[in-house]
Design a protein around this ligand. Structure first.
Ligand SMILES: Cc1ncc(COP(=O)(O)O)c(C=O)c1O
Length: 400
């Protein structure tokens, strides 16, 4: 195979994997990560090489060129595909690169139904990149089957959803959307970035493809940008692997190592993220400066019942609107001391984001624009009471 050819679909779990049937925490540490055969190293080495020696012209070997395949990347692909319950996984240089590969599987003229709450970059990718080559899309409230039905076209090939969504943490019933889509021969893609496979496995509810920004909880330490596509659909997996090599948006070996290392502690981190977020949501729910709170763990959240059935726990993200509108929200975001004002989410340190001006700025003037009074919290692993104290002092910036 030459470096220009299509490698085999990335990431199937190795045969006779000793972790088959074991628990999530065990597989997160061991799946795809047997001790290195050449040295016995228990941590998958960072194979920091662009190319691999070939014994003779035309010989078939597992690795030839690191865009096509690299052993550190293979370990990540095997591990995360295993955790998502899929047979194939492909790692990308960013979440958006992973999304781009999925949209490239469609044809000009195909139509995508997307949730009406979406990461701003996903909307931008559809609106300003794929629309230009003929892909059509319609944002729809996915909790309403009649609206999905009304938006459906003969050319609809895909339903794309985030659950919980970014930034208002709307919850979509994956199984009911999958039942509708499969009855019409369309694929269901779930962006599982906010939940991670520890809290939710979309394929168990009928999804065909799972995408991730591994930059977030999977990496978990704000030190790497990455993306992932997981699927058990063979034809799609082949196409994604082809695109991974042909378009070349691959993560380097060191980035793969960082994500692999993050995944090893995912379960314990998520438990604490969920615990801290629930405590923060409870504290904010009773605060006079808070107008509305969005957290699927609260019984009043419209997606609470669905979240209870399809998630293990409610996640580490909490969003809320501040009384006093945008100016008050910005004053709060500028006044936190522990919550750092920054884009991104899902790492050990707590972050605050003003979606309207930051992560979702590309939605301003679109039908998906977010409330300027909204703040989004990525609740980290600091002591929960310290985080609540910080938010309470910051909320004092809101005029009474
Ligand atoms: C839900 C979601 N999906 C995808 C992405 C894009 O990921 P990346 O920034 O790794 O390209 C993000 C980024 O914030 C996100 O929040």
């Amino acid at each position: 195979m030459t470096e220009g050819e299509v490698p085999p679909a990335g990431g199937g779990a190795p045969e006779a994997d000793p972790t088959v049937g074991l628990g999530f925490e065990t597989r997160a540490i061991h799946a795809g990560q047997a001790p290195d055969p050449s040295t016995g190293a228990i941590v998958t080495p960072i194979y920091q090489t662009s190319t691999f020696a070939q014994p003779e012209v035309g010989s078939l070997q597992a690795y030839e060129y690191s865009r096509s395949g690299n052993p550190t990347r293979t370990a990540l692909e095997a591990c995360l595909a295993d955790l998502e319950g899929t047979t194939h996984g492909a790692a990308f240089a960013s979440g958006l690169a992973a999304e781009d590969a999925v949209f490239r599987c469609l044809e000009p003229g195909d139509h995508v139904i997307v949730g009406n709450e979406l990461y701003g970059g996903t909307y931008r990718l559809l609106d300003r990149v794929h629309s230009l080559t003929g892909l059509e899309f319609t944002p729809v409230a996915l909790d309403d089957p009649e609206r999905i039905q009304a938006a459906w076209r003969p050319t609809t090939r895909m339903v794309w959803l985030e659950t919980p969504s970014n930034p208002q943490l709307r919850v979509t019933d994956i199984a009911s959307v999958a039942a509708m889509a499969h009855g019409r021969d369309a694929l269901v893609v779930v962006d599982n970035t906010f939940a991670t496979p520890y809290l939710q496995r979309p394929v168990d509810h009928g999804a065909d493809v799972v995408v991730h920004s591994t930059t977030k909880y999977l990496g978990g330490h704000s030190d790497v940008v990455g993306g992932f596509v997981a699927t058990s659909n063979e034809a799609l997996a082949d196409r994604i692997a082809f695109l991974q090599n042909a378009t070349g948006a691959v993560p380097g070996p060191f980035d793969c190592y960082l994500v692999l290392r993050g995944i090893k502690t995912l379960a314990v981190r998520m438990d604490r993220h969920c615990e801290n977020a629930a405590a923060v949501a409870d504290a904010l729910a009773g605060h006079p400066a808070v107008e509305r709170i969005y957290f699927p763990g609260l019984p009043g959240h419209p997606g609470h019942d669905t979240a209870t059935t399809q998630m293990r726990a409610f996640g580490g993200m909490v969003s809320f609107t501040v009384r006093g509108g945008e100016a008050a929200a910005i004053a709060v975001a500028n006044s936190t001391r522990l919550f750092t004002l920054a884009e991104s989410l899902g790492a050990v340190e707590s972050l605050v984001d003003h979606p309207y001006r930051m992560t979702h700025a590309s939605l301003v003037n679109s039908p998906l624009a977010v409330d300027p009074a909204l703040l989004r919290l990525s609740v980290g692993l600091e002591l929960g009471t310290d985080l609540i104290d910080d938010l309470c002092q910051a909320l004092e910036a809101v005029p009474a």
